[in-house]
Design a protein around this ligand. Structure first.
Ligand code: FEO
Length: 393
């Protein structure tokens, strides 16, 4: 039985073996679905539940706490990794009501077919007393769905933030032990899940700033007993200008594009521009996402397949476009056999980014000396852009 504070129990599940989330996001360190039981002097509340596959773990941990009654199931977020066990909890606890905001209520009805009379809806800032413990509901939308909210346990200063501030890290430690490791996984989580919603995060950080938070208990990963660790990191990831760095994602079929990528990497390094390279045939997309958090420039390297980009380059471009990184500059390098619109198609896929598209370098067949000179000139242009933006000396 694990406790955050007296009568505040961690009752969620550790998923040591899960390696993919949403059938998209790699989970090299597994994950957890955190759920918390708060026993007040009059009422008890369960903060979120767990993924459906781990319902038995939740039930077992609740038995360990001796809880014979759950009055409220607080749903901070409707996504199934936190709401999946709510239907079973409602069957086991016919007295329980689901407490959430109106948007989340509708989503839970849509996704889990929870009966309408099982809900209590709450407004932003509303209070719910459990007797000697008081819950305050704070709408924190778009981290990362429109309905997401946080719950603040006032007497203990614990913020239950659900996905917000989370990390995919399966660990036997309830609290953060290795801060560097947790920050790395939290950054990966931010990059994969939260990055497109930077403006909403800024608003939510402001909203939470006045609370006396002693502990942040997210619904993935360890609990922060030093909240500044993750709050400061979020400020940095969201607000800081990107750095003098290029994220270079590429694929090559017959070495033509790879030779260009190799030369271009050296050219950037000679200009003291940091380069992070990702061979898309085996890249961890989470690491690619992390690289995007602070890169000023994104470069896609691709050969031409039929008339367009290699499908792996198109896939990476689709993902990068969806993640909406801060990058200010964007370009394409690569090759073709006889014709094609590879760079135009990649530019189109990436059109959601607010980035200036620099003239691409695309070569017929194997690059010649003049093509390497073009790559040098592209590296010069990137350096000049970074200098103008104050990112490079
Ligand atoms: Fe952890 Fe958005 O679910």
């Amino acid at each position: 039985m694990r406790q955050l504070k007296p009568n505040v129990f961690s009752v969620g599940a550790i998923d040591w073996e899960r390696r993919l989330f949403d059938e998209l996001i790699p989970l090299p360190d597994g994950t957890t679905y955190n759920s918390y039981l708060i026993k007040g002097s009059e009422k008890s509340a369960l903060i979120d539940t767990v993924d459906f596959s781990k319902t038995e773990d939740l039930m077992s941990h609740l038995i360990d706490t001796g809880a014979d009654r759950i009055d409220y199931i607080i749903s901070n977020h409707a996504e199934q990794d936190h709401s999946g066990s709510i239907p079973d909890m409602l069957l086991l606890h016919p007295e329980a009501k689901v407490v959430t905001n109106p948007k989340c209520r509708q989503m839970l009805i849509d996704h889990l077919h929870i009966e309408e009379d099982r809900f209590i809806t709450v407004e932003d800032g509303q209070i719910l007393s459990l007797g000697d413990k008081t819950l305050q509901f704070i709408y924190t939308p778009w981290v990362h769905w429109p309905e997401t909210m946080s719950t603040f346990l006032q007497e203990d200063g614990i913020l239950f933030s659900c996905d917000f501030f989370g990390s995919h890290l399966a660990s036997s430690h309830l609290f953060v032990q290795d801060e560097a490791k947790v920050l790395q996984d939290a950054k990966r989580y931010y990059a994969e899940i939260m990055m497109p919603f930077r403006s909403a995060i800024t608003g939510n950080l402001k909203k939470l700033a006045d609370l006396k938070i002693e502990m942040i208990a997210p619904s993935h990963g360890p609990v922060y007993n030093r909240p500044a660790l993750i709050v400061d990191a979020y400020h940095e990831w969201v607000e800081a200008e990107p750095g003098n760095k290029v994220t270079l994602a590429y694929v090559s079929m017959h070495e033509s594009t790879r030779k260009m990528v190799d030369h271009f990497t050296e050219a950037l390094m000679e200009r003291e521009i940091e380069v992070e390279r990702f061979d898309l045939t085996h890249a961890d997309l989470g690491e690619l996402a992390m690289s995007l958090v602070d890169s000023a420039t994104v470069v896609i390297g691709s050969p031409t397949v039929l008339v367009g980009p290699h499908p792996m380059a198109a896939y990476a471009a689709t993902l990068i476009n969806a993640l909406r990184p801060k990058a200010k500059y964007l370009t394409v390098i690569g090759s073709y056999g006889w014709a094609g619109k590879m760079p135009d198609q990649l530019q189109q896929i990436l059109s959601g980014l607010k980035a200036e598209f620099l003239e691409p370098v695309v070569v017929k067949g194997l690059a010649h000396d003049e093509n390497y000179t073009e790559l040098d000139a592209l590296a010069d242009r990137i350096l000049a852009k970074h200098k103008n933006a104050g990112m490079a000396a």
